[in-house]
Ligand binder design. Structure first.
Ligand SMILES: Cc1cc2nc3c(=O)[nH]c(=O)nc-3n(C[C@H](O)[C@H](O)[C@H](O)COP(=O)(O)OP(=O)(O)OC[C@H]3O[C@@H](n4cnc5c(N)ncnc54)[C@H](O)[C@@H]3O)c2cc1C
Length: 294
């Protein structure tokens, strides 16, 4: 057993769904020195055929297990700097994207990330998913990222051409081969479409429930067919099954009523929605949120 690893740690609060979950091994990255431990942890994982899962808190994941038999690594890397002359933002991966967007407006009068205010999650999460908020996508301002390559155990710098961005996706999601340490954004780049007059703060407040959810659960099958409307059509909006339900505010938001509950209620509803939409519309609802199983 490695000294650096903690054992049998509760991780319920590391997913927004807050389903009761424990992990067999656990490690926290609090500074750049801790990254040096990754090599031996990954070797330990490889020798013992253990999977490794990186998390922050407030994650876009559903823990579909009671005891995770592998290694959970929690990223706590935080700090940022914004240069008002060059308009370059340098930020550690675990900073909250909302907080950065708010600080840019309040402290630097820089409102280019206004649309990211109240987008839950970390800066890396937004990059990993290429988050989209009312025509602002993370890739628009991305410049480069300092990453740890999990196969070679080396630090690398990746630029925009290498990231293969697409709808809710990036190289990080496609390969899961990198731990993102630090990200650089060029905030001098403005995209015309930002000028649409959606009030994102009001929109989120009125139409999106905040807690015990990971946001939209399913991807939209196409531009014409949004997941929320399909769920409404099969009468699952505000449908409750034990402790889980589809929100009455936004039908594609899967929610839990209580913390520390069993994940199985959520899985039941996910399958039910998929079956009903498939049989009525011949469309497959694919998860946007990752379901993590043992
Ligand atoms: C209420 C609500 C509203 C939302 N609205 C939107 C929206 O408008 N638009 C939108 O696009 N999304 C939306 N989302 C989804 C949102 O994009 C994601 O929840 C968020 O970006 C995920 O960030 P996270 O930090 O929680 O990432 P996580 O889910 O914790 O992590 C994402 C992935 O990165 C991996 N990972 C962890 N650390 C690292 C690291 N350092 N390096 C590399 N990989 C790592 C993880 O293993 C995981 O696979 C919403 C979610 C909620 C809850």
């Amino acid at each position: 057993m490695l000294k650096s690893l903690q054992q049998n740690i509760e991780i319920t609060n590391l997913s927004n769904f807050k389903t009761k979950a424990f992990t067999k091994y656990y490690f926290e990255i609090n500074n750049e020195n801790d990254i040096l431990n990754l090599k031996e942890i990954l070797e330990f994982a490889w020798k013992n055929t253990l999977k490794v899962l990186f998390v922050w808190a407030w994650t876009n994941m559903l823990f579909a297990f009671n005891l995770f038999d592998w290694i959970v690594i929690k990223n706590n890397l935080k700090w940022y700097d914004y240069n008002e002359n060059t308009k370059i933002l340098e930020v550690y991966s675990s900073e909250k994207i909302t907080q950065i967007a708010l600080d840019l407006e309040n402290n630097y009068n820089q409102n280019i990330w206004h649309r990211f205010i109240w987008l839950p999650g970390s800066v890396w999460g937004a990059l990993f998913w290429n988050a989209w908020c009312f025509w602002l996508e993370t890739e628009n301002n991305f410049l480069k990222a300092i990453v740890y390559n999990l196969s070679t155990n080396k630090l690398e710098t990746l630029t925009k051409d290498e990231l293969n961005f697409s709808y809710r996706s990036s190289l990080f999601k496609q390969t899961k081969n990198y731990f993102i340490i630090k990200i650089y954004f060029d905030l001098s780049k403005i995209v015309e479409k930002y000028s649409s007059d959606v009030d994102n703060i009001k929109f989120r407040k009125e139409l999106q429930p905040k807690w015990n959810s990971c946001g939209s659960f399913f991807k939209n099958p196409s531009k014409e067919n949004s997941a929320w409307s399909l769920i409404e059509w099969v009468w699952l909006k505000w449908f409750i099954y034990n402790n889980a339900y589809f929100s009455d505010k936004h039908a594609n938001f899967l929610m839990t009523l209580k913390d520390n509950w069993d994940y199985k209620d959520l899985i039941y509803l996910i399958k039910l929605a998929q079956e009903k939409v498939l049989s009525k519309f011949d469309l497959l609802l694919e998860n946007e949120v990752q379901i993590i199983t043992n």
